[in-house]
Structure formats: structure tokens, C-alpha cells
Ligand binder design. Structure first.
Ligand SMILES: [Zn+2]
Length: 324
């Protein structure tokens, strides 16, 4: 028979061990990011934008000021506006579908860039949408269909300390988009796609049937609520460890056109459309860092990301701090 005291001690010690592991990984990760910021000066000086298409990924655009805000990848609204002005002046900003159309028609001009958002926070509507509208820019938004139109906080987000407190006192800014907001943004030309139904875990962490259910359900809800088909998908967490060929086959069978990852880099004309690379924009990216990212200086980070995945696991593991 299992001794309940020993059993609970084992659980506490496993949980403590997990916390320590996550803390170590987070320290390593921020050290790696600091190192990259320095190392990318060299390729930035020699970078050229031609031939490859960057796809940026944002999560939140919101005036949230936490010290350890990195897990939310929140960009402050004034910084977002500076970034959009830079793109407007220096790139041909297109939706992901426009990029795919040009690509298949051999019509890429080499200065395209795409802007995307994952998850479906309401702040995308409140802060990002007006800036995009004002500057005549279009973006793609990947939404977690179970939460859209509801009041629940995203269940997969690590809610500890200041974030938990803020989500109680400033509930509005933690809300997901409503379906009315989604439709209004669509009418204006913003593009929407799916990012699973619950985002409970990465697809690779689920069994094959659950993963299929997540994709099918989000596709069906999207169609029912918007009256249009989702043709674009973004993998939760999105590294090469978070999806596999089984998931690509499901997406193809549902008539999806492309899927986006968080594998770092820009996309060449022959990049697999179901493994499009993206570059995450973080809240502590200066305008110079942003310029480095969109001009290809971060392409050198791809091999480092592969090593990181081997050593430390997926993004999903990095940000989950267990409650107890
Ligand atoms: Zn996500």
C-alpha cells in the first residue's frame, strides 16, 4: 500500500525540483538573449533584407509594466507604434495570405513582411488595431476559440505574483477578444486563423486524437462564429518539438493553407508553408533590436535555438511555474 505521507513528500519535492529547473532555464534563457543582443550587431551591419520574408509574432500590446513580464511577451503601445512606423517606411507589409499568393505566383518583391498575433487578447483590439488602422497596415491574428467571446482568463497562462494581482484588479485588460471585435477587425481587412480550441498543451504533448479534436473543434467554432473558413493555423508554443507531421496532415485534410511556428528566422521562397518561421517581438526590444530582427540579424539564432531545444526542452516548459 502507498504511504500517503511519503507520497505527498515526493510530490512536494518533485514540484520544488521543477521550480528550480524552470528558474535555471529562465536564467539561462535571459543570458542567451543578452548574448544574442550583442552577437547580432555583426550580422546587422552586413544584413540585407532581400530574398527572405520575416514574419513577426506579437502576443500582447498593452501598458502592463511588470519586471518579469517576459512570459507574456507584452509590447507597450507606444513602442508598438514606433515599430509599425518603421515597417511602414521600410517594408511592404502584407497579410500572410497575400504573402502566400505572391509566393505561389512568383511575385515576391523581396521587401515583404508579415505581422501576426497569437492567442487573442482583447488588447490586440484596444491598442494594436487602432495603430494598424491609422497606418493602413494589415496583420493576422491566431485565436484560441474556446476563450474568444468569454470572460475567462486564458487557462494556460502562468498567473503568479504581480500578474495574478493585476488580473484581479484590472480584469478588463486580461480579457480575450469578443467575436464582435473579431468580426469588426475582419471587416477592416485583418486576417484571422486558429490556434487550437483550448491551447491546453502543445499538440505534440497531446495524444493524436486529442490533437485532432483541438484542430477540428477550433476550425468548426471559427466557421460558426465568423461565417468564414480558417485557412491559417499557428501551433501553440510553436517550436519544432511542439508539432509533427501528423498535425500537418490533419491541417491539410481540413484545407488549411499554411501553419506558423516559432522557429526563429525569415522565410525563403521554398520554406515549407506548414512550417513558416517567425520572430517573436519582446517587451524589452529596443527599436535597434527590432531593426535587427526584421533585417535578418537574428537568422543566426536558429542553430542556437535548435541546441536550446535539445538541452532545455520547449518554450512551454520554460514559462510554466507550478502552483504548488
Ligand atoms: Zn499561444
Amino acid at each position: 500500500m502507498v504511504d500517503p505521507v511519503l507520497c505527498s513528500q515526493a510530490i512536494v519535492s518533485r514540484s520544488y525540483q521543477k521550480r528550480v529547473n524552470i528558474k535555471i532555464r529562465n536564467i539561462l534563457r535571459s543570458s542567451a538573449r543578452r548574448l544574442l543582443k550583442t552577437a547580432t550587431y555583426v550580422p546587422y551591419v552586413f544584413s540585407n533584407t532581400g530574398g527572405k520574408t520575416p514574419i513577426l509574432v506579437y502576443h500582447r500590446v498593452c501598458p502592463l509594466h511588470f519586471k518579469k513580464d517576459i512570459v507574456y511577451a507584452n509590447v507597450y503601445p507606444e513602442e508598438f507604434e514606433r515599430q509599425m512606423l518603421y515597417l511602414k517606411r521600410n517594408f511592404d507589409v502584407v497579410t500572410v495570405s497575400e504573402y502566400l499568393d505572391r509566393r505561389s505566383g512568383g511575385l515576391l518583391n523581396g521587401s515583404e513582411i508579415c505581422i501576426t498575433f497569437d492567442d487573442g487578447f482583447r488588447d490586440n483590439y484596444v491598442y494594436a488595431f487602432p495603430v494598424l488602422k491609422k497606418n493602413g497596415l494589415k496583420a493576422a491574428f491566431f485565436i484560441v476559440t474556446k476563450y474568444i467571446g468569454g470572460n475567462d482568463l486564458f487557462g494556460w497562462m502562468p498567473m503568479d505574483g504581480a500578474a495574478r494581482q493585476d488580473s484581479i484588479s484590472n480584469r478588463e485588460r486580461w480579457r480575450p477578444l469578443s467575436w464582435e471585435e473579431v468580426r469588426e477587425m475582419m471587416e477592416y481587412g485583418m486576417e484571422f486563423g486558429t490556434h487550437t480550441h483550448t491551447h491546453r498543451a502543445s499538440l505534440a504533448e497531446m495524444g493524436p486524437e486529442e490533437a485532432r479534436g483541438e484542430i477540428e473543434k477550433s476550425t468548426a467554432v471559427f466557421r460558426q462564429k465568423t461565417g468564414t473558413d480558417s485557412r491559417l493555423f499557428s501551433y501553440p508554443h510553436g517550436t519544432s518539438k511542439d508539432y509533427n507531421s501528423h498535425h500537418v496532415l490533419i491541417l491539410k485534410s481540413l484545407d488549411y493553407r499554411a501553419a506558423l511556428t516559432t522557429t526563429i528566422g525569415r522565410n525563403g521562397p521554398r520554406q515549407n508553408p506548414f512550417e513558416l518561421k517567425r520572430i517573436i517581438v519582446y517587451e524589452d526590444d529596443s527599436l535597434l533590436e527590432f531593426k535587427k530582427k526584421v533585417n535578418g540579424a537574428y537568422d543566426m539564432a536558429a542553430p542556437l535555438q535548435r541546441v536550446w531545444l535539445k538541452v532545455a526542452g520547449t518554450n512551454a516548459d520554460d514559462v510554466r511555474i507550478p502552483e504548488n
